[in-house]
Design a protein around this ligand. Structure first.
Ligand SMILES: [Zn+2]
Length: 306
């Protein structure tokens, strides 16, 4: 796996703070380890001692990230063409740097659900389209996306940097790369994505343990009804009923009016109990719902169903 964390950076004072400096200028400058870094005010611009590219630190000011990963340095984006031994597979005498980097990048941060208004025609494509895109990304090594985050894959197809998400479609894409990616919602403990995904069948068997928490829930609705303000995706089973209450705008925004049954749907939301021995999840934002491509069936049959 290409190494992305840099064990030591150089603190170098220069007025205009160029994005890259000649490394010979850095030789005698003060070196800073991730542990001894305080903040930007103290250290100004920091540079990689091996290639002279400006670096940044994650997180900026604290010793650890929310997911308890130690802070680490990385090269600024857009300098991937500059050769650096810290980018090479296998790394250098980085000690535990490589492991640190692996942990640090296994996190995807919540970026607010995509709403109807800011629909950018992004990642809601159906079926093979997205898969093809995913493969291209892997082949190319890395890519940006339209929602402000970045998905970066190593040459072996492993996810290096999960970035942000604002749709469950993105979460699914990440989960299909690795179930060990952690999902971070602000103010919550990061959760392993594999632990977030549950099937409707599992939920119907024992809903108690899932009530009051938010989940990525997938299943094939037994019926879909449209009301004045909502669509109801019903999952009936003996003794217990589970339904997704999906705001009309969400469904309209996705052009799901076809109401095809026999397809997987994926929703994210809080599971709540209602008085009539049923449980519901309310879906109000476009990003919280996704009609799952047929190619995902095999994936779902392995995940979250046990
Ligand atoms: Zn470098």
């Amino acid at each position: 796996m290409p190494q992305i964390s840099i064990p030591l950076v150089v603190f170098y004072v220069v007025e205009d703070q160029p994005k890259m400096v000649d490394i010979t200028l850095l030789v005698h400058e003060h070196q800073v380890s991730p542990e001894s870094y305080i903040d930007e005010l103290h250290h100004g611009a920091i540079y990689c001692p091996k290639c002279g590219v400006m670096c940044s630190r994650q997180p900026r000011k604290k010793a650890k990230r929310k997911d308890n990963v130690d802070g680490f340095f990385f090269h600024l984006k857009d300098f991937e063409h500059i050769k650096c031994e810290y980018r090479k597979a296998g790394g250098t005498k980085a000690g535990d740097g490589d492991g640190k980097a692996k942990k640090a990048i296994n996190l995807i941060n919540f970026n607010g659900w995509k709403s109807v208004e800011d629909d950018d025609g992004g990642d809601e494509d159906e079926d093979g389209d997205q898969d093809k895109k995913g493969k291209r990304e892997v082949a190319r090594g890395s890519t940006g996306n339209r929602t402000g985050g970045e998905l970066t894959f190593g040459e072996d197809g492993s996810l290096l940097k999960a970035g942000n998400f604002s749709t469950v479609s993105r979460l699914l894409q990440v989960a299909r790369k690795s179930l060990d990616i952690n999902v971070q919602f602000p103010g919550h403990e990061a959760t392993r994505i594999g632990d977030l995904i549950i099937s409707v069948e599992k939920l119907q068997k024992n809903s108690e343990r899932y009530i009051g928490k938010s989940w990525l829930i997938y299943g094939v609705p037994t019926s879909i009804e449209s009301g004045k303000f909502k669509y109801f995706y019903n999952f009936a089973s003996p003794g217990h009923k589970f339904a997704i209450y999906c705001d009309r705008e969400v469904v309209m925004g996705k052009e799901w009016q076809g109401r095809e049954r026999g397809r997987y749907y994926l929703f994210y939301g809080l599971l709540e109990r209602r008085g009539d021995n049923s449980t519901v999840v309310r879906v109000t934002e476009l990003g919280q719902a996704h009609r799952v491509s047929l190619s995902a069936r095999k994936f779902f049959s392995k995940v979250g169903a046990g």
